[in-house]
Write a protein of this length. Structure first.
Length: 446
């Protein structure tokens, strides 16, 4: 039977789906980069994930969740990457699923072409030029139901629509836009989410144990415990720019990165700002214990082809020993990694900068240090935008060894924005962007 007769688009590679998890191997490889001087970072391996029909994958985890995947394949696992402890193996996590934007009557609407999709934790192995899916864990409510990736709250989150932006979908208080991932010593997982923004504790089998959200969020109707334990100032997160980076320090504390500057006192201030925040959370105390101000480099330094400051994001934070972190500053086309140390003297938790009425706000300061804000000092480790072979939209970074990093990109499930994302039959017009794991060797030890 041809791909066309089944309603799926022709694929460029052979793909195989297994049962019940639709575990599949990828094809395609690229050898080590050559010609890079020994004192420069270079790509030493690239591996690609093959085509796995999203419906088969999702229904293999939770039967009946997806009735029509619209020709979309598994993707989006590049939201983050965390070592399993075995060579070449990593934990990854999907985001909320295929989504895009379409303008209707001059207003952008958020689309969810596969509304039944359930975010999942995915275990992968890099084998030569192939990314293999070894296992997958669906993220569920206390009763084992799919959390979905749909928007949570009317008036706060983007209204959800079907693939063509014409049919409204229901909000779901259980919905998670999962991003960062780490695994604790007890086998449970910690995730961060962009909606709340929130920190999510998940069992080894994927059940949400607790979702920690900002004070005053008033999220009701969720099928798992919701605890207001984060600073209320986070209620001002930019839409679709909540937490994205998550790191686990050697002692077990977690570091959460707000992806973009808060919209304080308003959207325009947030769009123009280069000041964002990192938070330290103690799983033992179940509380935020510190907060730090982080300042982006100018956008044209991070990405010489970009002049819009609002394109700056933190997508990954990686613990590298003690209280040291790698922080990824990026646009969709370029990224730079900086080394920072979480100094106790830089803690701003509970001060005036956590008061939404403070004027000017932290986000409005052109020179935070001059205003007495202890901004974290940083040191550039690598400019990934200058390393040949590194793809765009790197959202996950993991430390492989003392001088090698594993990078993973978010391919957005092959989706693009606009009415051209799907054909006349409602099938995906694939962007051609693949999910890849890229190993980069640094010229110096971390």
């Amino acid at each position: 039977m041809s791909p066309r007769s089944t309603g799926r688009r022709p694929v460029r590679r052979t793909a195989a789906a297994g049962v019940p998890l639709a575990l599949v191997a990828a094809l395609g490889a690229a050898g080590p980069a050559t010609g890079a001087p020994a004192d420069e970072a270079r790509v030493v391996r690239t591996a690609t994930l093959g085509d796995i029909p999203l419906g088969a994958f999702s229904n293999g985890l939770l039967p009946g969740t997806v009735d029509d995947d619209r020709g979309v394949d598994l993707g989006g696992i590049g939201s983050d990457i965390f070592p399993t402890g075995r060579k070449g193996e990593f934990w990854t996590v999907t985001d909320r699923g295929p989504n895009g934007q379409i303008k209707v009557a001059g207003t952008k609407r958020r689309t969810f072409p596969v509304p039944g999709f359930d975010p999942a934790i995915v275990r992968i192995r890099v084998c030569g030029g192939t990314v293999k899916v070894l296992d997958a864990i669906p993220i569920t409510t206390s009763s084992g139901r799919a959390v979905t990736g749909l928007s949570n709250q009317r008036g706060r989150d983007e209204a959800p629509y079907d693939y063509d932006a014409l049919t409204a979908l229901p909000y779901d208080p259980n919905g998670l836009d999962t991003e960062g991932i780490v695994r604790a010593k007890d086998g449970t997982f910690w995730l961060v989410d962009e909606y709340g923004p929130s920190l999510v504790h998940v069992s080894a089998r994927g059940k949400v144990l607790t979702r920690y959200v900002p004070e005053g969020l008033n999220l009701t109707g969720a099928g798992y415990p919701v605890v207001e334990a984060l600073p209320s100032v986070l209620l001002h997160r930019k839409t679709n720019r909540g937490f994205e980076g998550l790191a686990q320090l050697p002692g077990g504390d977690l570091v959460l990165a707000v992806q973009s500057p808060l919209s304080l006192p308003d959207t325009d201030a947030g769009e123009a700002s280069r000041n964002t925040r990192l938070l330290r959370f103690s799983p033992g105390k179940k509380a935020v214990t510190a907060e730090y101000a982080y300042r982006f480099d100018p956008v044209d330094v991070v990405d010489p082809g970009e002049d819009d400051t609002s394109e700056l994001k933190i997508s990954s934070v990686v613990a590298v020993g003690g209280d040291r972190l790698l922080v990824e500053e990026r646009t969709d086309k370029a990224a730079r990694l900086h080394l920072v140390r979480l100094d106790r003297s830089s803690d701003i938790l509970g001060g005036s900068w956590d008061d939404a009425t403070t004027s000017p706000s932290l986000e409005q300061l052109d020179d935070p240090a001059a205003s007495g804000v202890p901004v974290l000092a940083k040191k550039l480790v690598v400019d990934l935008g200058t390393v040949a072979g590194v793809p765009g939209k790197i959202e996950g970074v993991a430390r492989v060894d003392h001088d090698t990093l594993a990078l993973i990109n978010d391919n957005d499930f092959g989706m693009t924005d606009g009415t051209g994302a799907f054909d006349a039959d409602g099938r995906l017009v694939d962007s051609g962007v693949e999910t890849t794991v890229t190993y980069v060797r640094l010229p110096h030890r971390l």
